[in-house]
Design a protein around this ligand. Structure first.
Ligand code: C2E
Ligand code: CA
Ligand code: CA
Length: 532
């Protein structure tokens, strides 16, 4: 563990070190020889001066004097050399301590780093002398939410300022040597002797403190934080193991969204292991192009024609089990795999859509994380251009929740997509946040009423119907088309046709199917329409 006194060396300690060093030993020998000569001089000086007198006038007299002066000069020279040596040693010592400090600290925030944590000795952390409880500690693993976005907004220099401010705020919660920066936007706080029932409150206070706005230049920025925590010695005798467990809890907390704190539970280990396994398989599946788009038909409820297909991603894991897109899209979002996956799927879907008749549109889902990608529009346009598909034949579906992360950026992306001729649909309408506010702010071409509003005729619900009618009236008033998803029964179809809904989607018309079947489906549908 880093202890300030140890690193910079106490004065008394360094004197001791010097006397144990080579230079110290040389000085001691020189001092001993000088002392011996002085004793000899003291004991035998009459004889020495007598001998001097007898040699007076001979060459030995001068020779002896020369030796004496040379000896004295060498003595002074040796002392100076030894003092130089001592200075050099001190310099090296300081340099060693400096190198150690650099190796164990993060230069940006000046907090101890991951390496320092590995050497961290809990026994050396300050403790109340009158604390009679058994020693304990809580390790909090912290990861900032939305840091990348702030970094994009204020640049790396601004991002550095934010990390410094966060470090300062965290340092208010624990002893100086107990707050670590592990790299990037990851921090670890070790709280000594915190009662177990206070852990959660402590974590929440840290989240509150970190999520207070920070002024960078002229911009006020805000980040969130997710925290996972585990206790020593309850969750492991070795601090590194406890930290590994708090990381697992953090991983789980992150999957709940921003600003969550979770305590480590044994079951988390299995969940995380299963997730990590799936993550590995997903990565390989994306590399191998094993995730494919299937297409679910969209039906014009006025004419009965197919007016488009919604691309829905399909993937079977290594054991051949199909994994729900809701699961693997979330993992792809969390691991940053969403962009390569999206590019691959959109490319295939555009190439497929090119082979459908010209009036059939392709609907494609965008995930919330993608709405934070400033390059999204150019990525989409590049794929359309490469596939030779007219932008007017593409519709992107955005959920309400994807708009609240960064409303300004979302508005820019939607505006740019519109300018390029791409249609925008608001997906899962009625299930997310502030639907009406979204309608006022952004320009949508279509609203997709969520399937949870489509009730079976058996569960007839008056209130529900009133909400659906209100939604349809609202979109009619705003002159926005409506799609209703999840139509499974004829009675539901009849109801929505009667209410004037424009487009229908659901198992009644067809489930998502591979491209080859879409061609068959279109043919079959045409034949049905001709016959009727
Ligand atoms: P979503 O965009 O709301 O897609 C509609 C979901 O409802 C699909 O589930 C579809 O199979 C299902 N569905 C359609 N008709 C019916 C019906 O009549 N009854 C019922 N019970 N369900 C019906 P799926 O394919 O499991 O997709 C789930 C979600 O995963 C999608 O919800 C979408 O949010 C996401 N997703 C799927 N593919 C992609 C993709 O390529 N990219 C992104 N970002 N998200 C995707
Ligand atoms: Ca959708
Ligand atoms: Ca939907």
């Amino acid at each position: 563990m880093y202890v300030a006194g140890e690193v910079w060396g106490a004065g008394r300690g360094s004197v001791l070190v010097f006397y144990h060093s080579k230079a110290g030993r040389q000085l001691a020998v020189l001092g001993g020889v000088a002392f011996a000569l002085w004793i000899i001089g003291l004991l035998w000086h009459p004889q020495i001066f007598g001998a001097f007198r007898t040699l007076k006038g001979s060459a030995f007299d001068v020779l002896f004097l020369t030796f004496l002066i040379a000896g004295l000069a060498s003595f002074v020279y040796s002392i100076m050399r030894i003092l130089d040596l001592r200075q050099e040693m001190q310099r090296q010592q300081e340099q060693g301590k400096r190198s150690y400090w650099i190796a164990t600290h993060d230069h940006l925030t000046r907090l101890p780093n991951r390496y320092a944590f590995e050497k961290f000795d809990i026994a050396q952390t300050p403790r109340n002398d009158d604390d009679s409880r058994l020693p304990s500690a809580t390790i909090f693993s912290i990861d900032l939410d939305g840091f990348k976005k702030v970094n994009d907004l204020v640049g790396h220099h601004g991002g550095d300022r934010l990390l410094q401010e966060i470090s300062k705020r965290l340092s208010a919660f624990a002893a100086e040597s107990c707050v670590f920066r592990f790299g990037g936007d990851e921090f670890v706080v070790v709280a000594r002797d915190l009662a177990a029932e206070k852990d959660e409150q402590f974590a929440k206070l840290m989240i509150q403190s970190m999520s207070r706005p920070i002024e960078i230049g002229t911009i006020w920025c805000q980040v969130g934080a997710s925290i996972g925590y585990a206790r020593w010695p309850e969750h492991g005798d070795v601090l590194l193991d406890v930290c590994h467990r708090s990381d697992i809890a953090l991983y789980q907390a992150k999957s709940l969204g921003a600003n969550n704190a979770l305590k480590f539970q044994d079951e988390m280990q299995q969940i995380v292991a299963a997730k990590a396994k799936l993550e590995g398989q997903l990565r390989r599946a994306i590399e191998a192009g094993h995730i494919r788009p299937f297409y679910q038909p969209l039906i014009n409820l006025r004419t009965g024609d197919v007016c488009g297909f919604e691309a829905l991603a399909r993937w079977a894991d290594d054991d051949g089990n199909s994994v729900s897109p809701e699961i693997f899209i979330r993992i792809a979002e969390e691991t940053g795999l969403i962009t390569p996956l999206f590019q691959q799927l959109l490319k295939t879907a555009c190439e497929d859509a090119k082979l459908w008749p010209g009036h059939i549109c392709l609907s494609f889902n965008l995930s919330a994380v993608q709405m934070e990608d400033r390059l999204l529009t150019s990525r989409i346009l590049k794929i359309l251009e490469d596939a030779g598909l007219d932008p007017e034949r593409l519709e992107v579906e955005i959920t309400e929740n994807a708009l609240i992360q960064d409303p300004d950026l979302a508005a820019t992306i939607i505006g740019d997509l519109h300018k390029a001729g791409i249609q925008i649909a608001l997906d899962d309408f009625g299930t997310g946040y502030s639907s009406l506010a979204q309608l006022a702010r952004y320009q949508f071409d279509k609203i997709k009423i969520d399937k949870s509003f489509v009730k079976s005729a058996r569960d007839h619900d008056d209130r529900h119907e009133k909400i659906v009618q209100a939604l349809l009236n609202l979109s009619r008033g705003l002159q926005i088309k409506t799609t209703v998803e999840g139509i499974e029964e004829n009675a539901q179809l009849a109801y929505f046709m009667h209410e004037g809904c424009d487009i229908g989607q659901g198992y009644l018309f067809g489930k998502a199917m591979p491209f080859t079947e879409t061609v068959e489906f279109l043919r079959g549908r045409n034949e049905i329409l001709k016959a009727s």
